[in-house]
Design a protein around this ligand. Sequence first.
Ligand SMILES: Cc1cc2nc3c(=O)[nH]c(=O)nc-3n(C[C@H](O)[C@H](O)[C@H](O)COP(=O)(O)O)c2cc1C
Length: 195
Amino acid sequence: MGAATLDRTASTQSPVLEVLAERWSPRAYCDQTPIDEQKLASALEAARWSPSAYNNQPWRFLVARRGTEAHAVIVESMAEFNQQWAPQAGVIIVAIAELENEDGRQFATAHYDLGQAVAHLSVQAHHDGLFVHQMTGFDAAAVQSHFDLPERLQVVSLLAVGDQGDAATLPEPIRERETAPRERRPVADTVLVDA
Ligand SMILES: Cc1cc2nc3c(=O)[nH]c(=O)nc-3n(C[C@H](O)[C@H](O)[C@H](O)COP(=O)(O)O)c2cc1C
């Protein structure tokens, strides 16, 4: 199935913003097109303006474009499954939580704030026509050590960002997952108290 014909729009119980219904995490990325620098800048800008406790902004990113040494190092750290598809994306972003600042002040909600920044990044990217796929299947310690990051900066996840590719080029069983129905539990099972 070609990229253009793959409709992954969520079937929602209530109306949501189009960009939220249409966002999804593909594994077929175009390995030819370089990352659109303006769109990448906008995605990082969206993360920049996300809220955080005390406005601490306890997130950092490493941006590694396909073809660079940094990219190769990050790809090497990936679990085998992710190595089969993620390297094709135009850029891999490493998402980092700042657990404490240089003066030793701890940021208790660093992971929460980082996750929200990544959410904003991914929604902006999708709005602009880029696709984002988050990953924790990788050796975070290897990335931490290669880039010589201090302990207070904790490598948390990777984001493949780029143009959508053709699902037909994916190896099975990844190809099948690319077109399998997208599912979520009902809202009623998530809202524990609805007083
Ligand atoms: C924190 C996190 C870690 C993830 N790790 C992986 C991963 O290592 N490999 C992978 O293929 N997908 C990974 N995913 C993607 C999820 O499987 C995907 O977001 C989920 O199935 C929902 O699909 P959707 O994003 O298309 O709605 C991860 C997603 C998140 C948020």
